[in-house]
Design a protein around this ligand. Structure first.
Ligand SMILES: N[C@@H]1[C@@H](O)[C@H](O)[C@@H](COP(=O)(O)O)O[C@@H]1O
Length: 250
């Protein structure tokens, strides 16, 4: 695990953009695994700017999102589908057929999970997976005690996760109770993983992800097993990290 500490959210977004751009520039038909949440918004904005400046094209890039709520209409403003079009896809040249998100309204959700895995497989697997980190250690929507062998599956969201995501909804009751998420094994199958974490309220979670023994009680610890993980954090999120676990400051 490479742990890179940058000054603030702006530098985090710029650095993350640099890594994703590097991936797409070195392999035009890269398969990207994408995340939602507040943290990657700055990175998406920076990628749009790179695209607008003519430095980057997504014509051949294929994307797979980590997760989607179950039961929110696809065009609901808070679906992850809407998030991705608003934050990135509407502003770049990616062909619509190259974009994949799990369908949280599929009539047969189990079949949808299988189909999603098959699409990832057919695309040749994920080259670079972007991840955020939940306070309880979730990656994607893999809540504590999710099997490390899981593939794309349906998950009941933890109370804490619904509370954290309630800030986007009018009231907590409106946050869906279930989601479809790539499984932990799906995430571990990506060739490279980039974890983005910003702000002091995640400092404890960052320390656990990097230092705690690998345990399904804190799913992000499983990333310690992956051979090519970069953890990119700002100074606030790095506050509780022991010095010796930090690879470098940029
Ligand atoms: N399903 C998403 C995760 O993929 C994301 O990583 C996490 C952290 O989000 P934020 O970046 O807003 O803290 O929140 C959500 O629960």
């Amino acid at each position: 695990m490479d742990v890179i500490v940058v000054k603030d959210y702006e530098s985090l977004s710029t650095q993350a953009c640099r890594m994703v751009s590097g991936q797409v520039q070195s392999k035009a038909n890269s398969v990207l695994g994408l995340a939602t949440g507040g943290t990657p918004e700055g990175m998406y904005q920076a990628l749009i700017e790179e695209y607008a400046a003519g430095n980057l094209s997504f014509q051949e890039t294929r994307t797979f999102n980590l997760d989607e709520y179950i039961g929110l209409p696809t065009d609901h403003s808070l679906s992850y589908h809407s998030y991705m079009y608003k934050q990135l896809f509407n502003h770049i040249d990616i062909p619509p057929e190259n974009i994949h998100l799990p369908d949280g309204n599929a009539s047969d959700l189990q079949a949808e999970c299988k189909k999603y895995e098959a699409f990832i497989h057919e695309a040749g697997g994920i080259d670079l997976q972007i991840l955020g980190l939940g306070h309880n250690g979730h990656i994607g929507f893999n809540e504590p005690e999710t099997s490390f062998a899981s593939r794309t599956h349906i998950i009941e969201l933890d109370n804490e996760t619904r509370e954290a995501n309630a800030r986007f909804f009018e009231q907590k009751e409106d946050v869906p109770k279930r989601a479809i998420t790539m499984g932990i094994e799906t995430i571990l199958s990506a060739r490279k993983v980039l974890v983005l974490v910003s702000s002091a309220d995640k400092a404890e979670a960052v320390k656990d992800m990097v230092c705690r023994e690998i345990t399904s009680a804190f799913p992000a610890t499983v990333l310690q097993k992956h051979p090519a993980v970069t953890v990119l954090v700002d100074e606030k999120a790095a506050l509780r990290l022991p010095q010796e676990r930090i690879t470098r400051y940029e």
